[in-house]
Design a protein around this ligand. Structure first.
Ligand SMILES: [Zn+2]
Length: 280
């Protein structure tokens, strides 16, 4: 049995899947980079420093940079991609126990994943949060001001993301851990599984008897625990076709895929995800 057939079988035979996603699933969604010429940090001096809560609290220029970055992120045309949609189909098939994400982009919900089924362990950029009274509001209101303050108490506002030096949302890890103990398959997509504490749900799930399926470009911390590990391969369309030959739907997808000019390494990962969703 090939790895991809094995992966498909794991998904088909599972009924309580916990999915853990990282930046790799969103890289193809138009999120601006940080350090490039038009990058979020390049264009907004202070924003990089403001990713540490102690700087955010004490440095007004850093806060100004942070909010400039938030405005840029919201103006960018960020859209869910095939990877996000594939995970919505997993939920529609009644197989999803919980979707745990390290991403703060809100793209799982934008794709159609139920908000109740998604745990954002590092928060999100769709809401603002008051650092004094904890009130949360849609972030659009805050983006209208250069240095927004809480409308209720006048306190400092921050996007509802977890900065370095901050605690995770209180219920995030307990929910993720409970699901890890109750799942029959842990599916990790686009994460190197090296950011803690969230990565610790992977060995916990495995110890509780779950199978482990990893889809990532490049190695991860838990490759040796994986029942199946699918690598996004940097190959040309021809050799990729031969690697997945024998599946008509897959080859059709491959043709569209090249037509859209998306033939790069990252797409391989989504291609694999698409493959077993199509077959499922
Ligand atoms: Zn407040």
């Amino acid at each position: 049995m090939s790895d991809i057939e094995h992966a498909k079988r794991l998904v088909d035979e599972s009924s309580r899947i916990v999915v853990l996603t990282g930046a790799g699933i969103s890289t193809d969604s138009g999120i601006p980079d940080f350090r490039g010429p038009e990058g979020l940090w390049t264009k907004n001096p202070g924003a990089e420093e403001a990713s540490d809560i102690s700087v955010f609290l004490t440095d007004e220029n850093a806060r100004r940079g942070f909010w400039g970055m938030m405005r840029m992120m919201h103006q960018a045309a960020i859209k869910p991609n095939e990877g996000h949609h594939a995970l919505v189909r997993l939920e529609e098939r009644g197989k999803l126990l919980l979707l745990v994400t390290q991403n703060v982009d809100g793209l799982h919900q934008a794709a159609g994943s139920s908000p109740d089924a998604v745990v954002e362990v590092h928060g999100n950029t769709q809401e603002s949060c008051c650092l004094s009274c904890s009130e949360r509001r849609p972030i659009e209101e805050a983006l209208e001001e250069e240095l927004p303050c809480c409308q209720s108490c006048g306190g400092l506002l921050k996007a509802n993301v977890v900065l370095f030096g901050e605690a995770l949302p209180p219920m995030a890890m307990p929910l993720a851990m409970e699901a890890a103990h109750g799942c029959d398959l842990m599916l990790c997509v686009g994460s190197t599984l090296s950011v803690y504490p969230v990565a610790s749900i992977v060995p916990e799930a495995k110890e509780s008897g779950a199978k482990l399926l990893i889809l990532n470009k490049g190695p991860t911390e838990y490759d040796e625990l994986a029942d199946v590990r699918l690598e996004g391969r940097a190959v040309d369309g021809q050799s990729r076709r031969s690697a997945f030959s024998g599946c008509e739907q897959c080859e059709q997808f491959e043709q569209q895929h090249q037509q859209f000019g998306q033939c790069d390494e990252l797409q391989d990962e989504l291609f694999i995800l698409k493959h077993f969703q199509l077959l499922g």
